[in-house]
Design a protein around this ligand. Structure first.
Ligand SMILES: [Zn+2]
Length: 88
């Protein structure tokens, strides 16, 4: 049985806010106790995490999906790759 594929989403976790928190993208976005926030680990060995409200998380995840779709389509072979070379 093949192993599960390795996750690429190493820096993402979901947390339920225990107190009112501010979204890292905009201080006007409040995350109230009981609401979920997306925590994104910053780059670097001693870096912390930033929390984002659900609306910002949805936008960020949609943008990430577009990036992943672009990467997937550029890594997959295209019909042109499989076609025999055309004689010149
Ligand atoms: Zn936000």
């Amino acid at each position: 049985m093949p192993r599960a594929p390795r996750t690429l989403l190493l820096r993402l976790t979901i947390e339920t806010a225990k107190r009112t928190r501010k979204c890292s993208r905009s201080k006007s976005h409040a995350v109230r106790p009981g609401e979920r926030l997306l925590l994104v680990g910053e780059r670097g060995p001693a870096a912390g995490k930033k929390g984002y409200c659900a609306a910002c998380a949805a936008e960020m995840l949609a943008a990430a999906r577009d990036e992943i779709d672009a990467i997937r389509s550029s890594v997959q072979p295209t019909p042109a790759d499989a076609a025999p070379p055309t004689p010149e």
